[in-house]
Design a protein around this ligand. Structure first.
Ligand code: UN1
Length: 500
């Protein structure tokens, strides 16, 4: 299918994709696919004003009715899964299976949010005073800004937006300037869902801002934006957090990962191989949950490493839109250079590199296809403490499980982690307070590919935010504690006497 048809299938018009100043290229072959008009700072301020007006109306719509809008959004997404999945692939370069998977994640969170719209529970609490009762009520927080990254141009928006909408918050998206088209297509889908929902969906409820950093900064600077949820690099997250701290606004940060797998002697190695390869080379190593560090017991090292090197040599690298491709391109030449530099550093730190060369330059001269790399390291050196957004898998050896866990936890990031073992003592130890320090700790599953039902996010430099399932919805609401006196006297708490 020609690239222009992929854009057209998502109902993107010439007004949205031509004549603007933001040049969008596809990592598939490096060619230009759009010149997108960008929003100015004044446009962003106007969007916030519209969202403010929308908030006054939307917060009065009962939550289960708000859920109906998200249900309609889920239905539109089901209809558009193929079209949107293909656009995700075209714009960010992940293979079509993963592009479709991203849209499925959007559908799943819509379903979750519909149910949630009838479950925004508070507590009732026993009061120490006679004739009194205490309760908690959750009210909408206000406008939610959603800043997303190129590697997941669709799903993270939906984890935030689906919850925020049922919680009563208008949403304003600011996608990565590398992948604005997917967000524009999502906006179209939302506009259709709002039209089907009817007049209860106010104008300005769901909006998109296209632009560079200064557009995102309007969201972080405005006191009217109650919550900013940001997915991306640690540097970006620190900048967002600093801006938000100036006005004590709420943030949900989902930043870098440096995810490890420990493979113990009792592991099912066939399962481990499949999990390692999917999580290390999926999305060409550009997931925040990608497997980057493999910590192998000395007893399995000599079996597993040659097996992995062999599997890596057989991986189909190429056009991510083509069936059968397992590894697509990196997002751009800068990412490929960062990968090459990291491999050079790893070598200088004593590593032995398998794979990792640039490839397919004859067929796609404008693109950045790289063979995934396995790097055997003598120890967990400096380069292993940094996240390089590329398919590099560092491997180290261990003999004592506590040493392996200490290695795993020694990095600044704390997103995802996992252990492959069939020994319940090892797996439970890994999940215990003495085990993994990450937001996600899996057993016999790789670190990537989380389902939406759990809270998603991590500790330390990953930012501490939680999105998606479990009780992540609370971050989009404000909690109100009410003490109600239904007696005929006014006893004070803590037994204080105050006679006037
Ligand atoms: C990301 O890379 O920013 O767990 C998100 C996963 C996906 C989400 C990744 N569900 O790999």
């Amino acid at each position: 299918m020609p690239y222009t048809d992929i854009l057209k299938a998502c109902a993107l018009t010439a007004a949205e994709t031509a004549g603007g100043s933001l040049r969008v290229t596809t990592p598939v072959d490096g060619s230009e696919i759009a010149m997108v008009p960008v929003h100015t700072v004044a446009d962003a301020e106007a969007a916030i004003a519209r969202a403010n007006t929308a908030f006054a109306a939307w917060r009065k719509v009962p939550a289960p009715r708000r859920g109906e809008l998200v249900r309609l959004l889920g239905e539109e997404l089901r209809r558009e899964k193929e079209n949107l999945g293909r656009l995700v692939t075209l714009e960010c370069g992940k293979i079509l299976q993963e592009g479709l998977g991203e849209v499925q994640e959007m559908i799943d969170i819509c379903d979750f949010a519909v149910g949630l719209s009838r479950q925004l529970y508070g507590l009732t609490i026993a009061s120490e005073r006679p004739g009194h009762t205490m309760r908690e009520t959750w009210h909408p927080a206000g406008i939610c800004g959603i800043i997303t990254a190129f590697n997941f141009p669709a799903a993270p928006w939906s984890w935030n937006a689906a919850l925020a909408l049922v919680c009563g918050d208008p949403v304003i998206a600011k996608p990565s300037e590398k992948t604005p088209l997917t967000q524009l297509a999502i906006q179209k889908i939302c506009d259709r869902a709002c039209a089907a929902f009817g007049a209860d969906a106010p104008e300005g409820l769901i909006q998109t801002l296209i632009g560079e950093r200064e557009v995102g900064q309007v969201l972080t600077a405005s006191k009217d934006v109650a919550v900013v949820s940001a997915t991306g690099s640690v540097a970006m997250g620190k900048a967002v957090a600093a801006d938000m701290a100036q006005r004590l606004g709420k943030t949900i940060l989902e930043l870098g990962g440096n995810n490890a797998m420990i493979v113990t002697p009792s592991a099912d190695l066939e399962m481990a191989v499949r999990a390692i390869v999917f999580s290390a080379v999926g999305t060409a190593g550009q997931r925040c949950t990608s497997l980057r560090r493999l910590i192998l017991h000395a007893d399995v090292y000599d079996t597993l490493v040659p097996r992995l090197v062999k599997v890596y040599e057989g991986l189909t690298i190429g056009d991510p839109l083509q069936k059968g491709t397992l590894v697509g391109p990196l997002i751009d030449a800068t990412a490929a250079t960062a990968m090459t530099r990291a491999l050079e550093t790893a070598q200088a730190e004593g590593g032995t590199v398998h794979g990792g060369a640039a490839t397919l330059a004859d067929r796609f001269p404008g693109a950045a296809y790289m063979a995934p790399a396995i790097v055997e390291m003598p120890k967990q050196s400096a380069i292993m403490h940094t996240e390089t957004f590329a398919p590099i898998l560092y491997v180290v050896k261990y003999t004592d499980l506590d040493d392996a866990i200490a290695l795993q936890n020694a990095v600044p990031q704390g997103l995802s982690s996992c252990i492959f073992s069939t020994d319940v003592r090892e797996t439970e130890h890994f999940l215990s307070v003495q085990g993994s320090d990450c937001g996600i700790a899996n057993v016999n599953i790789g670190p990537s590919g989380a389902e939406i039902g759990g809270a998603f996010g991590g500790e330390k430099e990953t930012g501490g935010g939680r999105e998606s399932g479990s009780d992540a919805w609370r971050a989009y609401m404000r909690r109100q504690t009410s003490t109600v006196n239904y007696s005929r006297s006014l006893p004070l708490a803590q037994g204080i006497s105050f006679e006037i």
